[in-house]
Design a protein around this ligand. Structure first.
Ligand SMILES: Nc1nc2c(c(=O)[nH]1)N[C@H]1C(S)=C(S)[C@@H](COP(=O)(O)O)O[C@H]1N2
Ligand SMILES: [Mo]
Length: 424
């Protein structure tokens, strides 16, 4: 074991020396001076580290404590009915750790134990039922990765470039692997099949919190891919994401993903609750609001470089990294522009896009130190192409809030500093 540790340390030293010598812009190589980080015995090699009994549940190391959710205090009147944002600028890959996945509450996050948990199914079913948490664990379950995007994501940007950071313009999104029971399984238990003609029926779904956040979902979607989920990324849901059970409504706006889900009523019409009338409807230029825009259209964002992730290494190889997603299906292609949308190059997908889940894309370029207007545009397997802000504004005007999936622009200056701007 010891021998292995020594060998690998030597291998590492050789590796990093080679890198330093081979990189023209390498700091140590340029100065020609010995780098004490390599030549001197470091603390962490001279003393013993922390024992395994110190961290029964691991937290990020102290050097990463800025990779956290952040909020914009002026956005809402109180932190109870509010939102915070995922630090998407600092994350990689596609899975969002629960601890920094954005939260959106209408009446705060509640503490509801598995013992106290009940889920009722009533309304137009043969057998109204109440499930305990243990009941849910005995039904066949599935695992799926899905993104959850609040319809208000990017909603502050309609009238102009506003918030300076991908975390704030696009951070009302997370992407997790959910474990849960298909809603159709629960509805079948309650005797929906026997009820016969349910094609035009709805479910009205409520949470156990004071806001209840009730939403109507058409039966076709309820029987398709909706999950009643109790795990995310392999572990129990965090309180703020609906512990012990939440609804997962793939590809549809986050508001329908009812947390602390307590009741599912089968109805013959949409309830037209607050959350689907006065909120989460889309104001148009002509003053008319459109309702039931449930699906989140294709969208993308360059996460680095971005205002919180300036280029700090100077010219040369630059990894442009970003995220793309579509509530209609899979991302098939992402293009990147560095000249404000005049010319486009096709980006490389980290891996083939999953349906209704985040897809990572990369654009590997050589930066010559010139100013850039960086954009990404996503395409999905329906053939849809992410629109420009001007295209969206033609219909929606500037006073809309929800469903802003426009192409975002970052201006990067010669120092590598990035800023939220608009091009037209
Ligand atoms: N019960 C309940 N469910 C809820 C909400 C709520 O306030 N109460 N907020 C909704 C909104 S608007 C969004 S965008 C998502 C956010 O999920 P998250 O907090 O896990 O990110 O939950 C939805 N489900
Ligand atoms: Mo939301």
């Amino acid at each position: 074991m010891d021998e292995f540790a020594k060998t690998s340390r030597r291998a590492f030293l050789r590796g990093s020396a080679a890198v330093a010598a081979g990189t023209v812009a390498g700091h140590a190589a340029a100065q020609g001076a010995p780098d004490p980080a390599i030549t001197e015995l470091q603390d962490w090699a001279s003393y013993l580290g922390v024992g395994v009994d110190e961290t029964p549940y691991g937290l990020p190391i102290k050097f990463e404590t800025d990779v956290v959710r952040r909020s914009v205090p002026w956005l809402t009147a109180s932190p109870i009915s509010s939102i915070n944002f995922t630090p998407i600028h600092a994350l990689e890959g596609t899975i969002t750790p629960q601890g920094c996945a954005f939260e959106r509450h209408h009446s705060g996050a509640i503490e509801l134990s598995k013992d106290d948990y009940r889920l009722m199914i009533n309304g137009l079913v043969d057998r109204p039922l109440v499930f305990t948490y243990a009941d849910l664990e005995r039904l066949p379950r599935e695992n799926h990765v899905y993104f959850c995007e609040c319809a208000a994501n990017t909603g502050m940007e309609w009238a102009g470039a506003q918030l300076n950071g991908a975390q704030f313009t696009h951070g009302m999104i997370h992407n997790m692997e959910y474990t849960g029971v298909p809603l159709r399984t629960l509805l079948a238990e309650a005797g929906l099949d026997a009820a016969g003609d349910f094609a035009d029926k709805w479910v009205y779904v409520e949470g156990a919190d004071a806001s209840s956040n009730g939403r109507s979902i058409p039966m076709e979607k309820a029987l398709d891919d909706v999950l009643v989920a109790f795990k995310a990324n392999g572990e129990a849901l965090r309180m703020e994401h609906g512990y012990p059970v939440r609804l997962v409504v793939p590809g549809w706006e986050g508001n329908m993903w009812i947390k602390w889900i307590r009741r599912i009523e089968v109805t013959d019409a949409a309830v037209e609750s607050r959350e689907e009338t006065s909120k989460y409807t889309d104001l148009h230029e002509d003053g008319v609001a459109r309702k039931w825009t449930w699906v989140m259209d294709a969208k993308s964002i360059i996460t680095s470089p971005s205002p919180q992730m300036p280029i700090t290494h100077g010219t040369g190889p630059l990894v442009v990294s970003g995220l793309a997603w579509s509530g209609h299906g899979k991302i098939t292609r992402v293009d990147v522009s560095i000249d404000g949308g005049i010319t486009w190059e096709t980006a490389r997908l980290g891996k083939q896009g999953d349906t209704k889940a985040l897809t990572r894309f990369y654009y590997d370029m050589d930066w010559d130190g010139r100013e850039m207007l960086m954009q990404a545009r996503a395409m999905d397997d329906t053939g849809y192409v992410q629109p420009t802000k001007d295209q969206l504004r033609e219909m929606r005007g500037e006073n809309s809030v929800y469903h802003n999936n426009c192409i975002q622009t970052w201006f990067v200056n010669e120092e590598g500093v990035a800023e939220n701007v608009e091009v037209s």
